[in-house]
Design a protein around this ligand. Sequence first.
Ligand code: AMP
Length: 445
Amino acid sequence: MSFDSLGLADGLLRAVAGQGYSMPTPIQAQAIPVILSGRDLLASAQTGTGKTAAFTLPLLQRLAPNGAPGRAPRALVLVPTRELAAQVLESVRTYGEHAGHRAAAVFGGVSINPQIDLLRRGLDILVATPGRLLDHAQQRTVDLSAVQVLVLDEADRMLDMGFIHDIKRVLAKLPPQRQNLLFSATYSNDIRRLADGLLRDPARVDVAPRNAPAERVSQRIHPVDKPGKQPLLSHLIRSGDWRQTLVFVRTKHGANRLAEQLQRDGIACAALHGNKSQNARTRALADFKANRLRVLVATDIAARGLDIDQLPHVVNYELPNVPEDYVHRIGRTGRAGAEGEAVSLVSADERDNLRGIEKLLGRQIPSSVVEGFAPGSFRPKTPAQQPQQRQAQPRQAQAPRPQHGNEKRRQDSPGRPQAHNGHSRHHNGNAPRRDSRGGRPSRFH
Ligand code: AMP
């Protein structure tokens, strides 16, 4: 099977060849002819399958560029995050290199005014996150009445992130006559419901296993004092015999420092960030993939350009400031058919970040204290509580933050050792209360 047989125009084939792709991926081979025929599509495909080109190439072909100034977009691609928006826009530009379309991306977290200018100048293809698109719609700075093709990319992630209402509001603003393409890594009931309401007699293309990484990832929090994070990480890596562990930190400096500390602990690792030369990055990545390095310590930005996913372990050494980055980070784990594990080391100062992430996920992340690394020195306790607690459980789990009256308390399930400090915001029944410092903690395998 070659690209030539898919019915794509010359300019697009040249752009594909320019990328060095010799063969379409399975999703491309199946989806491109369907999309070119104008039919609706329900596609199950994860990141890494080539799904972006699978919808971008036929989209470019179906919408010959319209040179009119101030033209309204005829294709709308909805995506969950700003970085996916940027990636899709990049693909549109790459594959549309010889086609002359105008494209733009609008997403939240940045000033709206430059986006308004872009929209005013007119475009053919608009890539957007739902919230910001609605902002534009409300301000009447975008005209959605000409949309002929709608793509929902990573629809499951959009639903996970709570965008269903925004999506519905966007759909209500589109003309009813249009082609709809829905890409999702999973087919949950919610996706099925969305697809049923949106797609007309869709072709179905399935190239992903039924359970997407996001579902297979087990997420866990270890509350810990800030100075305890590095020793705890070394302990987890060694006691769990972790390999191919991607560790996320916030800063370049932090990445260097942690990599040095881990090296000192005898753990082969490298730091990856924007100040590293391309050579150093390529080498580190090759060593990591070949198992010569056990750990890569990376900033979000450095990790974004890396062709690595399906890792057994992802560690949030520091929680990201932007909750969406958490979802993106943990999407790196989960191997085909195997469970991936995303572990977050959370100190008291990160409680707001955690709250934002849990709000985004729509659920609390199971938490357990690793014995020997319980936080506590910073937590103010009432004088009445202190002695009994100490007596009852000398090494008890302590939450890294005070209980707030309006927060839901997590319940410990029966039969598990109880930490009864009354500050159990960080615990729930899904997680073991603690892991053994010696031996092999059960959750690490
Ligand atoms: P995606 O699943 O769209 O995120 O794409 C994953 C990666 O596959 C990207 O880095 C693409 O550049 C690359 N890619 C897309 N199509 C092909 C192809 N036909 N052959 C080789 N690589 C591809």
